[in-house]
Ligand binder design. Structure first.
Ligand code: F0G
Length: 436
């Protein structure tokens, strides 16, 4: 078998055919991942192959995911690929954000430049391509918003029917509107993300739905190429730290898999340390990592945060994320609503911008520099997971002093920038401009 599914648990490692429709190991219930018997052409051959593809116009070469397809050879027939030219997201240096965090240099890998505005597209191109390969016609996910926008676009583009389950009232209108516009059957459920995911996992098979949450190993394969693309863009110089927000923890699992495989295949000579930042109101992984044990994970029953993308109390991928943190000497930090809001405005002022969950990175880095966990001269790349325009209501409220934390406490608009009402009077406007 060149590619296969394999149980993630060290104690099991049972293998299954790559075209099985499985979300967990039938033998032990563990998470699954894609595994390969690599036919590596050699580290430098892969590096130059991937670099040279940037000069090509074919769809597969233009995708910042499929360009790296030798790293995820799960699909034999590449005509089944569904791509919207995802990936290709920039590395952006942000001096003002670096200064805010106490770093000499800080670089953002901005996944908000993706076709539907988040990193989910990197995974969804693979998940939907696998659905096509399996001949499935209905795909589904439970989502805090971005996965649903992404599945809606990719499934519709492929002629499949997307069915999405959302926690009613707790996703931003930006994300909901994307799902509607792309034509998904959109089911708003009066329950939180964790409850809906448990429900949908039970009914998926009966309803003929192929599940594309991040428990789907093919999503993880696509998301791991974010790490590979980052390394390619850095000319394979490994950062000291890679920092990302944590919700369901699929991204941490994916980045870890990407870095570890690149290390084991000899494309890099060390691993970066991974730091995951959670929102303080939804921080089960942060709590767990204080004293981690096999049976010590305690979900947060009623997670709350304005960063709705990461409002998740029972992240399914925690065992994979834990393993990644052990392997990379990684850590977890948490950030308050105020810290996230201010960090987000600072990222905006850098001319970059992002959605609230993404700003947890900068808030977390600032705390980790203050506690001397990250050193000022460390090479740090932070992943901005979603686009600024995903959650406009939050932005308007912050800048006009109306943003309130879930408990009702006001968020201070430390970097507020209110719109100013003015009449069309030249003297008044000119006087205002003199003060600029
Ligand atoms: N940032 C954004 C913008 C997200 O949308 C998500 C997850 C995360 C971070 C957390 O990533 O789950 O891999 O740890 N959003 C999912 C969704 C859950 O449904 O769109 P994670």
């Amino acid at each position: 078998m060149r590619s296969y599914l394999v149980c993630f648990r060290d104690s099991c490692r049972e293998k299954y055919p790559i075209n099985s429709v499985l979300y967990q190991c039938p033998r032990c219930g563990g998470l699954l991942e894609a595994g390969y018997s690599w036919e590596s052409a050699g580290a430098s051959a892969w590096k130059s192959l991937w670099r040279n593809r940037r000069l090509e116009n074919s769809a597969l070469a233009q995708s910042g995911v499929w360009r790296y397809r030798e790293s995820m050879p799960f699909l034999e027939d590449l005509s089944q690929v569904v791509t919207l030219r995802e990936g290709n997201t920039p590395l952006l240096p942000a001096p003002t954000a670096a200064q805010y965090a106490g770093l000499d240099v800080l670089t953002f890998k901005h996944q908000g430049f993706n076709p539907t505005g988040s990193f989910k597209d990197n995974g969804m191109t693979c998940g939907v391509s696998q659905a096509v390969r399996l001949g499935r016609t209905r795909v589904a996910c439970v989502s805090t918003g971005n996965t649903s926008a992404s599945i809606a676009a990719y499934a519709t583009a492929a002629g499949l029917k997307p069915v999405i389950f959302l926690p009613h009232g707790n996703i931003s209108f930006g994300k909901l509107s994307q799902a509607l516009e792309y034509g998904a059957l959109t089911l708003q459920v009066q329950a939180n993300f964790d409850q809906i995911l448990a429900f949908v996992r039970q009914i998926a098979d009966r309803a003929g739905l192929y599940l594309l949450n991040s428990i789907n190993p093919f999503r993880i394969e696509g998301q791991k190429t974010i790490a590979i693309e980052m390394l390619d863009q850095l000319d394979w110089r490994v950062p000291d730290w890679v920092v990302m927000p944590g919700g369901n923890l699929g991204n941490c699992a994916a980045f870890g898999k990407g870095f570890i495989e690149m290390y084991e295949l000899g494309l890099i000579d060390r691993l970066p340390r991974i730091a995951v930042v959670q929102s303080a109101g939804s921080a089960p992984f942060y709590e767990f990592m204080k004293a981690p044990t096999e049976d010590g994970f305690r979900p947060v029953e009623s997670p709350e945060t304005l960063a709705t993308a990461i409002r998740i109390g029972d992240p399914v991928s925690w065992p994979k994320a834990w393993s990644v943190l052990r392997r990379t000497n990684g850590i977890v930090e948490r950030a308050s609503e105020q810290e996230i809001a201010d960090a987000k405005a600072v990222i905006g002022r850098a001319g970059i911008g992002c959605e609230p969950a993404s700003a947890a990175t900068l808030a977390g880095i600032r705390k980790l520099v203050a506690s001397q966990t990250i050193q000022p001269d460390d090479h740090v790349v932070a992943v901005l997971t979603g686009n600024l325009l995903k959650d406009q209501d939050y932005i308007y409220r912050y800048h006009t002093g109306q943003l309130k934390a879930p408990g009702g406490e006001p968020i201070i608009s430390t970097y507020g920038n209110k719109p100013v009402e003015v009449t069309a009077d030249a003297d008044i406007v000119l006087r205002m401009l003199e003060r600029l």
